[in-house]
Design a protein around this ligand. Structure first.
Ligand code: GLU
Length: 465
């Protein structure tokens, strides 16, 4: 049997971080088992779904690097209405579904009574039973189609994350599967899709646990094989409440890009948010796929930890290939008005500064003074600059100018003799030198920085300081 999982987002605005974690686990599960991972766009809510949101989802999936196997044939629910109608007709024919002509007022009265008595909402008035006489069909009213839910026993499944779940059938309604205008309803579409797509494992957020018994009963009625279910606990914000845009939390995948988080770091972080492999914190997606097992998914909710996300991101920045990193930092430098990153080569700059940043924006800032001198902070000037330092820098510039070879070692070799001649400690050379050349006192090893910036530019900056 080929394992098949799916990610089934509703295109209603943005790609949510919780959705990405669901997609990640579904993807990893399929990849681990050499199965298939499919994308389905649940766009039946015509008022809230937009084509733009579909693009946002697809761009987001591409950005994080979660590839789906039906890229050329993504399933859209809105394109499947004929199929849903066909299955509804069959259920009606086989007596698994029936027409219900209740008015709004009648349903409202039932709801009130059910609330008082704690029973299922719909009183099954139009449900055909042997020996039962149905009410007279009201003239001119279009019926809905209801599913005949079993009234006795329980609907139970072994959830691969939450364990045994069992729901008494008498608490379940005969749910509407087609509205009066003939359009199919949400739970019904999901069932037919999972069936037609041969989904073997439904991995989704636990806000869908209540839908599962309804879906299982319909699957049984249409004679489909039941998939296994794994419901993932919610992600909480740092305050311990459900993470949401409304509470001001960062949830849209594009916001993480803006924060300078690398996609592989975000996935690494999300992988660990609700799943563990021993104490491993930093790993590649290849390792994750190898290790992933639903057994190790936590059954309780996990909390966002931004500090940890940045830490993991810093680790991925350090591990990233410099050429790839340069591609990501380049646009961020362009925003900072640095357009030519050929001299010094951005890759070389990154090799020197990349362990100093936990996000790509800070990393871009760290690269800036290689391309243009920064204006020194007043506090640094106070601390490291005076007439004496200025004279000393001019004298040091002469030695730099006279160097036969321009590289970090030869620059480094100038430091000790110069300090001895001036009767100063290294700090009295290094700090003013950083200020004069870079405009900041916080740089990596100054000899390497100077070597990269280049002799001409270094001399120009010192002499015009
Ligand atoms: N469209 C649903 C959602 O975005 C997912 C449904 C499912 O996975 O079954 O929450």
């Amino acid at each position: 049997m080929t394992i098949k999982t799916r990610f089934a987002p509703s295109p209603t605005g943005y790609l949510h971080i919780g959705g990405v974690r669901t997609a990640l686990y579904s993807w990893a599960f399929a990849r681990h088992h050499k199965g298939e991972f499919l994308l389905r766009i649940e766009d039946t809510d015509l008022e809230r779904s937009t084509a733009e949101s579909v693009n946002i989802i697809m761009d987001g999936m591409q950005w994080v690097g979660l590839d789906y196997d039906n890229a050329g044939d993504v399933v859209y629910q809105t394109r499947r209405f004929e199929r849903y109608k066909q299955v509804i007709a069959r259920l009606l024919e086989q007596g698994h579904a029936y027409y219900c002509y209740c008015s709004k007022e009648e349903l409202e009265a039932m709801r009130e009574q059910a609330q008082r008595e704690g029973t299922a909402t719909y009183d099954r008035r139009w449900r055909p039973e042997p020996g039962k006489t149905l009410p007279e069909i009201p003239a001119g009213r279009e019926p809905v189609v209801r599913f005949k839910t079993p009234t006795e026993g329980v609907t139970a499944w072994h959830d691969l994350v939450k364990g045994e779940i069992s729901i008494p059938n008498n608490t379940l309604d005969d749910l509407i599967i087609a509205r009066a205008d003939g359009t199919p309803t949400y739970n019904f579409c999901v069932v037919v899709d999972d069936w037609d797509m041969d989904i073997t494992h439904v991995i989704r957020g636990d806000d869908h646990v209540n839908n599962t018994p309804k879906q299982i009963n319909i699957l049984k009625a249409i004679g489909a094989e039941l998939p296994q279910y794994a419901h993932l606990p919610m992600i909480l914000n740092e305050q311990g409440r459900k993470i949401s845009k409304r509470s001001g939390d960062t949830v849209a995948i594009t916001e993480f890009d803006q924060m300078g988080i690398l996609p592989e770091a975000l996935l690494n972080y999300l992988a660990r948010l609700g799943w563990a492999h021993g104490d491993d914190e930093f790993f590649t997606m290849q390792q994750f796929v190898e290790w992933f097992d639903l057994k190790n998914v936590s059954a309780s909710a996990s909390r966002m930890d931004e500090k940890k996300l940045y830490w993991i991101n810093g680790e991925h920045i350090k591990a990233a290939d410099n050429r790839k990193l340069a591609e990501l930092v380049q646009p961020r430098l362009a925003v900072r008005n640095v357009h030519d990153t050929a001299r010094p080569p951005l890759e070389d700059v990154l090799a020197l500064v990349k362990d100093r940043a936990q996000d790509l924006n800070t990393l871009a800032d760290e690269c800036l003074y290689f391309y243009r001198k920064a204006t020194p902070a007043e506090a640094d000037v106070q601390k490291h600059w005076d007439d004496e330092a200025a004279g000393r820098m001019r004298r040091f510039a002469e030695r730099l100018e006279a160097l036969p070879e321009w590289n970090a070692e030869s620059i480094h070799a100038l430091f000790k003799p110069f300090c001895d001649d001036e009767g100063i400690k290294m700090g009295k050379l290094g700090m003013p030198l950083r200020l004069a050349v870079c405009g900041t006192a916080k740089t990596p090893s100054v000899d390497e920085v100077l070597a990269l910036i280049g002799r001409e530019e270094v001399l120009h900056r010192i002499r015009s300081h």
